[in-house]
Design a protein around this ligand. Structure first.
Ligand code: NAD
Ligand code: UDP
Length: 335
């Protein structure tokens, strides 16, 4: 299939491109390189030994996007492009609403005009907000996320549901990711944010390579197994493979909107991540406990059984491999 990947040079997009190429799909990437580098294209090509067509463009640029659709016979789109930093979104809400909503609306208009109505969208567990139960199931109603980033995801889900009702030719899959970590086994692609990271694994990696002195674990008095927060961590390659399964499903499915959690179904604490990272990589991570981070939920994880039943997808990697592959990537970058 000929697939347009928006945000394809980013962390999750690049891993998904590799898996799509491995399955012999033809891919076209559009990315404005706001949060990624052009060298990722070469790396994807080196890993797969296949060619990728790349457009450096903003998805909100309608003329550019129209040209891309005219030049290529695109059958489906996976829409990763977006800004994703929670803290930054609180400080720059307009930038987040403008970028994430505008790019999606532009994409949908251009797709409609070109009669390309198959879409997989990168949503997030954040759209569940805070639920009564820690196990998040697709049948739960969305609750308002606590920050502008999360709100853009909830709004886009709503837009896509409304679109699908208005035009029954659309086939749309909303994939709600839990916490992706890890990297491709080659060590060529992974996540290495600029500046001081906000997310747990990138922060641990900076401590591991001695770019930061120590990790602060936010809170040790939560009502959890060891007092630290619980999340559902998923290897980015497992996550990438979920997109292939979602696309395969979408091509055969009747039109409409489909929603799947992509997670491991397991709750892991911050303390467990640190301990496992130290053990499998034989390295000491200096850390201290600090106060709770504002807005953090104590613990939640996915019920991933719907993706297993309907897509035939489940995670294959372990917490150990997630920690190993993350460290392997960052060491490889620093060589
Ligand atoms: P990323 O920042 O690594 O990748 C996003 C890519 O989109 C970047 O390469 C960026 O340059 C590009 N981009 C942003 N705005 C664009 C625009 N207007 N036009 C063209 N390109 C644009 O992020 P990621 O971790 O790979 O996340 C991919 C998607 O998954 C995002 O939509 C994100 O919100 C969502 N998501 C991520 C996580 C996570 O923890 N990483 C969790 C849930 C959902
Ligand atoms: N966390 C932490 N120290 C950090 C970064 C994160 O203790 O420097 C914790 C955070 O409180 C949360 C978990 O690690 O419980 C995952 O945080 P992340 O920001 O990676 O993901 P999210 O909170 O968006 O699920």
């Amino acid at each position: 299939m000929k697939i347009l990947i928006t945000g394809g040079t980013g962390y999750i997009g690049s891993h998904t491109c590799v898996e799509l190429l491995n399955e012999n799909h033809e891919i076209i990437i559009v990315d404005n390189l706001y949060n990624s580098k052009k060298t990722v294209i070469e790396k994807i090509q080196n890993i797969t030994n296949k060619k990728v067509k790349f457009y450096e463009a903003d998805v909100s640029d309608k003329n550019r996007l129209e040209n891309i659709f005219e030049e290529n016979d695109i059958e489906a789109v996976i829409h990763f492009a977006g800004l994703k930093a929670v803290g930054e979104s609180v400080k720059m809400p307009l930038t987040y609403y403008r970028n994430n909503i505008d790019s999606t609306l532009t994409l949908l208009e251009v797709m409609s005009e070109h009669n390309c109505k198959n879409l997989v969208f990168s949503s997030s567990a954040t759209v569940y907000g805070e639920q009564e139960e820690p196990v998040y199931v697709e049948s739960m109603k969305r609750k308002e996320p606590s920050n502008p980033y999360g709100k853009t995801k909830a709004m886009i889900e709503q837009i896509l549901e409304d679109l699908s009702i208005s035009d029954p030719e659309w086939k749309i899959t909303l994939l709600r990711y839990f916490n992706p970590i890890g990297a491709h086994k080659s060590g060529e692609i992974g996540e290495d944010p600029n500046g001081i990271p906000n997310n747990l694994m990138p922060y641990i990696l900076k401590v591991a390579i001695q770019e930061l002195p120590e990790l602060t674990i936010f809170g040790k008095d939560y009502d959890t197994k060891d007092g630290t927060c619980i999340r559902d961590y998923i290897h980015v390659v497992d996550l990438a493979k979920g997109h292939i399964k979602a696309l395969e499903h979408l091509t055969k499915a009747t039109p409409g909107t489909y929603i799947y959690n992509l997670g491991s179904g397991q709750g892991i604490s911050v303390q467990e991540i640190v301990t496992t990272f130290e053990k499998v990589n034989n390295i000491k991570i200096d850390y201290k406990f600090g106060p709770r981070r504002e807005g953090d939920l104590p613990g939640f994880y996915s019920d991933a059984s719907k993706a297993y039943k309907e897509l035939g997808w489940k995670v294959e990697e372990t917490l150990e491999t997630m920690c190993k592959d993350s460290y392997n990537y960052i060491k490889n970058q620093k060589q």
